[in-house]
Design a protein around this ligand. Structure first.
Ligand code: UDP
Ligand code: MG
Length: 317
């Protein structure tokens, strides 16, 4: 492959201010490195002027292609939409807020040309992330790695997939995908490149606490049934504990001791109640996933594409 085509896929949600800057930066870096590329900007149902910006950019530069989802389907769905539309020999997934430095793309491409099928950008630092944010993501990544054996430590969504790896990824039928996990799960020869995560170029993180929680739960439930086994284990633990306690109480009663302890009874009730509800919740999460998969709704809907937008539409700005 002498002159490979690189598809750069970036999800966009209310990044109107940043679209021009991001597109320019990509052109600067990839153009500068003499790489042939297409830039796929997926508007994940933005409510600001992101789409008109994207459409504008695609009119200025034929390498830019825009895709507009019919509503906000979430970053994972937007990524998938972009990946399914990518035509390149390799695809690079990157955030549009410039937190993932586009300057690292040529390095990713080089590792791919040296023979790696998947090149991951791993964090050297985490600028612009609060301590809580950093701790929770470290905690989640370690828990995920421990439970699933899919290594996520210091991983980001910023990565390059060669065509065979991308095609393998796109064969996965599940609805609530988790790109960071699935793109590790597929295997293939891997390489990593260290990058410095930058501060966000504008605005605040587009993730809500609820969104992040859903991502974490989706990621875990789609990769492992370990939480279900934990519930079983907790049940066994409780059974053993009750047995020991029961025998001890019986022995005391037989030897004439008094059996008291209202507080103990209440506490035990609360503890068991907690475990029962948690267990039900865990089962419920898996049930909800099954329900979602069985319904089989499309994972995203495309409203329009930049190449089908009628030319000559008056600009809004
Ligand atoms: N994003 C998206 N849909 C969403 C939320 C975010 O497409 O529902 C995009 C967003 O525009 C950005 C990327 O996903 O390009 C990462 O989002 P953000 O920077 O808010 O997340 P963080 O950097 O805090 O993880
Ligand atoms: Mg960001």
């Amino acid at each position: 492959m002498n002159d490979p085509l690189i598809s750069v896929v970036a999800p966009i949600y209310n990044e109107g201010d940043g679209v021009d800057r991001f597109t320019a930066r990509i052109a600067e870096v990839l153009g500068g490195a003499g790489l042939r590329y297409e830039l796929l900007l997926v508007d994940d149902g933005s409510t600001d002027d992101s789409w008109s910006r994207i459409a504008h950019q695609s009119r200025l530069d034929s390498r830019v292609r825009g895709l507009r989802l019919s509503r906000n389907f979430g970053k994972e769905a937007a990524l998938l939409a972009g990946l399914e539309q990518a035509t390149g020999d390799a695809v690079v997934v990157i955030d549009a807020d410039l937190q993932h430095p586009p300057s690292a793309i040529p390095a990713l491409v080089r590792r791919w040309q040296d023979g790696a099928h998947v090149v991951e950008a791993v964090k050297r630092n985490r600028a612009g992330q609060s301590l809580g944010n950093r701790l929770s993501s470290r905690l989640f990544n370690s828990a995920f790695t421990g439970l699933t054996r899919v290594d996520l430590v210091d991983a980001t969504d910023f990565r390059l997939l060669g065509r065979p790896a991308l095609d393998a990824l796109l064969r996965m039928p599940e609805h609530s995908s988790f790109f960071r996990g699935t793109s590790s799960w597929i295997g293939f020869t891997r390489a990593t490149v260290e990058v410095d995560i930058d501060h966000r170029a504008g605005g605040a993180s587009r993730w809500t606490l609820r969104g992040l929680f859903r991502l974490a739960v989706n990621g875990l439930t789609s990769f492992t049934s370990a939480p279900l086994h934990l519930v079983t284990l907790a049940g066994i633990g409780f059974a053993l504990f009750s047995l020991v306690l029961g025998v001890q109480t019986l022995v005391r009663w037989i030897s004439g001791g008094s059996v008291a302890g209202f507080t103990t009874v209440i506490l035990l009730l609360l503890v068991t109640g907690t475990f029962v509800l948690l267990g039900l919740g865990v089962i419920g999460e898996y049930l909800a996933r099954i329900h979602e998969e069985v319904r089989g709704r499309p994972r995203y809907l495309i409203q329009e594409r930049s190449d089908t937008t009628a030319p000559g539409v008056p600009e809004q700005w």
